[in-house]
Design a protein around this ligand. Structure first.
Ligand code: FEO
Length: 169
């Protein structure tokens, strides 16, 4: 495996763990604000991010590349209103999409077809991730300052299940 591709995948593993860490911090933020449905949604999102990291971890091992784990940055602890939290989540997903696309470009440049194939899954997944965060932002914008609407959304978000388990988001 090309060294630049290997290093970039190791970097992406860290980014996925960081995403998990950030969503877990968002979950704690919602727990603290007594919005258990949003907290649950973020907790599941964190779990999905760990699965993304492990997917790359397993791929690298299958290819005989060396996984080197990097230090994971500290996520913020405060995120503001529910709308602001999901806006930050959407912004973060857009950033991750950019990273995945860059990684794909690198794999193409190095003629690494297998990595390109593996990344196809991530490219499709990012469309889903941006869609679900974007939908949440839209719904929270509609709720605006209506606390009854906010509580209803919180209940709705409590119904989220993990991807592949009859999901609602
Ligand atoms: Fe692993 Fe949310 O992208």
């Amino acid at each position: 495996m090309d060294k630049a591709v290997r290093d970039a995948i190791n970097q992406q593993i860290k980014e996925e763990f960081f995403s998990g860490y950030m969503y877990l911090s968002m979950s704690a933020h919602f727990e603290n604000g007594n919005l258990p449905g949003f907290a649950h949604w973020m907790r599941l999102q964190a779990q999905e991010e760990l699965e993304h990291a492990m997917r790359l971890f397993d791929y690298m091992n299958r290819r005989g590349g060396r996984v080197v784990l990097h230090a994971v940055d500290q996520p913020p602890a405060e995120f503001g209103s529910a709308l602001s939290v999901f806006e930050q989540a959407l912004e973060h997903e857009r950033l991750v999409t950019g990273l995945i696309h860059k990684l794909y470009e690198l794999a193409a440049e190095k003629g690494d077809w297998a990595t390109q194939q593996e990344l196809q899954w991530f490219i499709a997944e990012q469309v889903e991730e941006e869609d679900s965060a974007g939908r949440a932002v839209d719904q929270l914008r509609m709720a605006a300052d209506d606390s009854a609407a906010l509580l209803m959304l919180d209940q709705q978000f409590a119904a989220r299940t993990l991807e592949g388990e009859g999901e609602t988001e």
